[in-house]
Design a protein around this ligand. Structure first.
Ligand code: SF4
Length: 204
């Protein structure tokens, strides 16, 4: 593990988060599937990291009831899944950025993911590749607005300037996906936050 990642983990732990470090996403997924008990319900925030790791499919296969709006077949079903995810026993998400001083920075358009990071679950798991680690808050915002958002707006077919130029224009688009920014400096009362940091580039 390089010094920068070691330093980040120490700062996250100093800030009250639990951190598990994995060399591969395969190992991380195996630990996650063991840690989540079969009788626990699981909510998902939108995450390419979790999607590409196939976590939802494996949880369902092991018998968990899981709520991931990315698998909805209609807008109505999507709404219901998001509601159920908000009250699930545990919640899974990645983080848009993790700062070396031990904070989690996330930006949402709808807010379901941010609200679940703050409240409503026994445990919050943040699953992230080391590509999400940045120096500080300022770098986190630059990364999210100019790396994460352009790819997400493309994936979600949103008509925003960043989708076309790869750069944030602080737009007024009705389909703007960065409407609220959450800085988690410590874990919230009542929700154990466990960060699975993986030595791979995952998601965006
Ligand atoms: S403000 Fe608009 S242009 Fe900037 S990242 Fe958000 S959606 Fe893209």
């Amino acid at each position: 593990m390089d010094k920068r990642i070691k330093n980040t983990i120490e700062n996250l732990e100093r800030n009250g988060f639990s951190v598990e470090y994995f060399e591969t996403s395969k190992d991380a997924k195996s630990a996650l599937l063991t840690d989540i008990k079969k009788n626990e319900t699981v909510g998902f925030g939108g995450s390419m990291t979790l999607t590409n790791m196939g976590v939802y499919e494996d949880l369902v296969a092991q018998g968990n009831t899981a709520y991931y709006h990315g698998r909805a077949k209609s807008p109505e079903e999507r709404k219901n899944i998001i509601k159920n995810a908000a009250t699930a026993d545990v919640y899974l998400s990645s983080s848009n950025a993790i700062t070396e001083d031990g904070r989690l920075i996330n930006i949402d358009g709808a807010g379901n993911r941010l609200s679940s990071m703050l409240f409503g679950h026994k445990r919050l798991y943040i699953v992230a590749g080391i590509n999400k680690v940045v120096k500080n808050y300022e770098e986190a915002i630059i990364r999210i607005k100019n790396v994460t958002c352009p790819q997400n707006t493309d994936r979600l077919d949103c008509n925003t300037p960043c989708r076309n130029t790869g750069k944030c224009a602080n737009c007024d688009s009705p389909q703007r996906i960065c409407n609220a920014t959450l800085i988690m400096e410590r874990q919230m009362y009542g929700a154990h936050t466990i960060i699975y940091l993986i030595n791979e580039n995952l998601g965006y």
